[in-house]
Design a protein around this ligand. Sequence first.
Ligand code: ZN
Length: 432
Amino acid sequence: MIWNRKAECMSAEEKEELQLRRLQEVVKLAYENVNYYKKRFKDLNVHPDDIETLDDLKKLPFTTKTDLRDAYPFGMFAVPRDEIVEVHTTSGTTGKPTVSGYTQKDLDIWGEVMARTLTMAGASKKDLIQNCYGYGLFTGGLGVHYGAQKIGATVIPISAGNTQRQIQIMQDFGSTILTCTPSYALYLSEVLQNQGVEPEEISLKSGVFGAEMWTEEMREEIENRFNISALNVYGLTEIIGPGVAQECTKKSGLHIFDDHFYPEIIDPENLKTLPHGEKGELVLTTLTREGMPIIRFRTRDITTLRQEKCECGRTHIKMDRITGRSDDMLKIRGVIVFPSQIERAILNIKGLEPHYQIIVTQPHHLDELEVQVEASNILFSDEVKHIEDVKKNIEDHIHDEIGLRVNVTLVEPQSLPRSNGKAVRVIDRRNL
Ligand code: ZN
């Protein structure tokens, strides 16, 4: 099922023409109505009239999270405040939150891209969508909500937390689609398992999981435990919320809704645009947003773009699963390490729970990396010799993945903190 065949299966020529026209409009809108952009354009000596091809986008300034924070709260709005009908913010855990403002037309577009997203995961009017993304200023809850309503599905706005109630509703209502963070999905499946509920006793068929990074191995875990198809959704508050990109059932990359969001990949060090197929930082430009147009937003997410034919019929460009964030990127003894690499190594070993925590210290001016991993009950009841073997095995796997020796500690099952939202994977105790 495809939600909007005309938009999702457009020919390359047709799309480029549409993208260019929309880009020209949005650049003009930003330049004329947002002081930040007017100033930056002037600094770089560029004008909206300079955008004659899509390639000319390169001439335009980037927008960073810091720029958005500096404009807090409403400095990036391109319309009078009273035309903004809804606001959302980022969590602000790493500083001042950034505000995202939507006109009614922006909300309609958000509903449209989320309808495409949910349809990709098999949702139709007949489905019951258990939406455990948080409602409120966070974009996850309402983003899914608007998409579900557009489709006409039954949305269960249960929001995050209260796991016992989640499980009861899931069983009693017969929820068919689950939307939440992958770490919460894993936690839910664990609680179900502990309560002796078999996958056959629930009606779930698929899940739309995002808002944090996860791996193929974690997908397998979730799919097996729930007996569902687990799909990856991508989005960010600064651009619109969830619904920037979504995986189709082919599971070979996420389709970016590139008639609304124009992607580029840059080298995060020298900021040069990289050709398709090369790994780098994802940069996004909103093509249709009117309340808060964003030009060349540096997402900090590391991925690759691929324009290839997909068996599903959609022609949206694809991006690979996010493999790291330049923010999460750890530099250990000069080597770049992403938590996702450690996760992949751990999940490649049988008998291990996909729960881990990375602790970085610097005891003698040299970085030390400790990885705590939960062992399963069977493993923990085993003899000491065996535990040492498992420890060594994980250390070897991680070494293969990141090229560094680390210390692995096996901890008791259920002993690492479980989260309702995003998992805290890294504790950096260095004074950097
Ligand atoms: Zn596809």
